[in-house]
Structures are given as C-alpha cells and as structure tokens.
Design a binder for this molecule. Structure first.
Ligand SMILES: [Zn+2]
Length: 225
C-alpha cells in the first residue's frame, strides 16, 4: 500500500498557494511493460508525477519551480486548449501540457516521456483513441530528439525498441515493422533483441495490446545455427 503525504508550494508562474497530495516513494515488483511502464506499486503513483496549479494551469512535476520562459508557454492557445481538452482524461491533459512545455523549451526527449506517460493514463481510463494520439505524439517527439542527437536511453537499440512499441500500440504497424527490422540488423544486446523479436511477432499478429519484458524473455529462443 502506498502512503500519501502533502506538499505545500507556491506556483512559480502565478504565485498561488498550492497543496498537492503525493505518494511516498515506491518501488515496483514484477516485469515492466515493453514501453518501460513499471509494475505496481510504482505504476499507480503516476497520478502524482505531474501536478497542475489550479489557478493558472501550470503543469509540472513541481509547479513551485520556474523554468525559463514557462510563463509564456502556459499562455499559448495550444496549451490552454490542451489543459481543458475533452478528448483526453483530465490527468492526461496535465501530462500533455507538461509535454508541450518541454517541447517548447527545446527538450523533445523529455516531451516524449511526458506524452508516453499521458498514454498510460489514457490506457488506465480505457480511452483508446486518446492513447493512440498520445503515443503518436511521443513517437514523433522521440524521432525529433534523435534529430537533435538526443536519445532517451543510452543502451543501443533501447530507443528503437521503445519506438517500435509506441508505433505498434498506436496502430502504425507498417512503420513499427520497419523500425524493428532496422534495429535487429544492428545486432543489439540479447535482451533488446528478444524484445524486438517479440515486437515482430506482435506486429505480425496485429496485436496492439500491452505486453511485458518478461514475455520477451519467456519467448526468446537461441538463434538457429
Ligand atoms: Zn499558477
């Protein structure tokens, strides 16, 4: 069971006093999903990872901390639209607003993570269309990060495995297949290769569902001689 505590802060954008409920630090027991989503109890703490100032709508892991230029981003029409969009669950909007901030401040890798986290919220709420939109956005941001020479993870092939999962679960199967094929040609580490081979099987079966890293290990077979 996760214990909760309260955090009082002052919004760095508008100066409003805010009180947020946050869970105590939690670990996870069990396998991660293919898109890195951790198992419980950490999995369920996602609802507190990004917070929203109830006054001005500034969304951040800590709205008490100002990022340079953020006061302008929260005024953007695009940001205001996202904040109250009815196309997404409310907490997914909070993550997507944080993603817009990261994107606007020039850190697409962080923006990609925030968009993926928004997808997880949509998954939990059974909002499939919204989840696909979030994953498509995360995939686009991930590629933009690569163009800037940034990667989300340092181990070779890890980003590609994540991109394949984003595309598969967004229903972009042909693109996902191409990413898997190219990544396998680079001879990644065995654990990454197992994940990519599972992705290939799922794509072939048009399976857009959630699967775990443990499954990839279970199904792994030695390469034929
Ligand atoms: Zn505020």
């Amino acid at each position: 069971m996760t214990h909760l505590r309260h955090h009082n802060t002052t919004c760095a954008v508008c100066g409003e006093s805010c009180r947020f409920t946050i869970p105590e630090a939690a670990g996870s027991v069990g396998s991660r999903d293919l898109d890195t989503r951790p198992a419980e109890p950490l999995r369920s703490t996602i609802y507190a990872w990004v917070k929203r100032c109830p006054s001005c709508g500034y969304c951040a892991p800590d709205p008490g901390k100002a990022l340079e230029g953020v006061a302008d981003v929260v005024k953007l029409p695009r940001y205001r639209w996202q904040l109250d969009s009815r196309k997404f669950p409310k907490i997914a909007n909070t993550f997507l607003c944080w993603s817009i901030i990261q994107e606007d401040l020039g850190t697409p890798a962080q923006a990609a993570w925030a968009s993926l986290h928004a997808a997880w919220i949509c998954d939990d709420e059974g909002e499939d269309v919204a989840a696909r939109v979030c994953r498509t956005r995360a995939a686009d941001l991930l590629r933009r990060a690569w163009e800037k020479g940034e990667r989300l993870a340092s181990q070779p092939g890890t980003d590609e495995a994540l991109l394949a999962d984003l595309l598969r679960r967004a229903g972009r199967l042909r693109e996902a297949r191409a990413v898997v094929k190219k990544a396998l040609e680079q001879n990644p580490q065995p654990v990454i290769a197992d994940i990519l081979r599972l992705q290939a099987r799922l794509i072939a079966a048009s399976d857009r569902g959630v699967h775990t890293v443990a499954e990839a290990r279970r199904f792994s077979r030695p390469a034929p001689l």
